[in-house]
Design a protein around this ligand. Structure first.
Ligand code: BEZ
Length: 211
């Protein structure tokens, strides 16, 4: 069965462009973003890896580590790395798993046979420090992902893990958030001292509580 939210992210040992890693040990107590690429030396993947390299500092600021994967060999990855820097202006600065035996792709369900028997789809898994899967996204090979959106989602996941809030449509860091319906008005007055406004009894906004 496909990995679902709340499942333990499977552990594995794999060769990467930064040496052999044991996934859970490598994550330590940080958040993790594990994402797959269909193939080396492909145009969309090249742009994505440059973009994640550009954003790596933003993930680090949010206590998150990033790691990519494709089902090609380490030798192929190492030859491709130069192209990524040339084409995007950003040298690869995080590990890329060489999954030519598809061990990790199979563990995480990254190959969707009705899309392609051999290539991974563009999967994203966000993993919390407790190693539980908190978010999954799947894009087809033909559509590059928006990694600013992954950062936005990470901010929401981290905020909502710590407070009884949810984030509304198109929410961005710093904007008001929603008090979850399970919190009574009486408790909300204590939990959210900045106050709240009630649009409907079940829709109450409060300023982002951790700012
Ligand atoms: C790409 O990264 O450009 C790509 C990879 C596989 C299929 C289609 C596009």
């Amino acid at each position: 069965m496909a990995l679902q939210l709340g499942d333990l992210a499977p552990d594995f040992t794999a060769e990467t462009t930064e040496g052999t890693i044991s996934f859970h040990d490598w994550l330590g107590d940080r958040w993790g973003i594990l994402f797959s690429h269909p193939k080396d030396f492909t145009p969309v993947c090249t742009t994505e890896l440059g973009e994640v390299s550009r954003l790596k500092g933003e993930f680090e600021k949010r206590n998150a580590k990033v790691i990519g994967l494709s089902v090609d060999s380490l030798d192929s990855h190492e030859r491709w790395v130069g192209d990524i820097a040339d084409a995007t202006g950003h040298a690869l600065n995080f590990p890329l798993i060489a999954d030519s035996d598809r061990k990790v792709s199979d563990l995480y369900g990254m190959i969707h046979p009705n899309a392609s028997d051999t290539l991974t789809v563009r999967s994203v898994f966000v993993i919390a420090p407790d190693k539980k899967v908190k978010l999954t996204i799947t894009y087809p090979a033909s559509t590059g992902r928006n990694f600013e959106e992954i950062l936005r989602v990470l901010e929401s996941l981290q905020l909502t893990a710590g407070y009884s809030v949810a984030t509304p449509v198109n929410w961005q860091e710093g904007e008001d958030v929603i008090i979850v319906p399970a919190v009574s008005d009486e408790d909300a007055k204590v939990k959210f001292p900045k106050g709240f406004r009630t649009v409907k009894p079940y829709l109450r906004y409060t300023p982002q509580p951790d700012l």
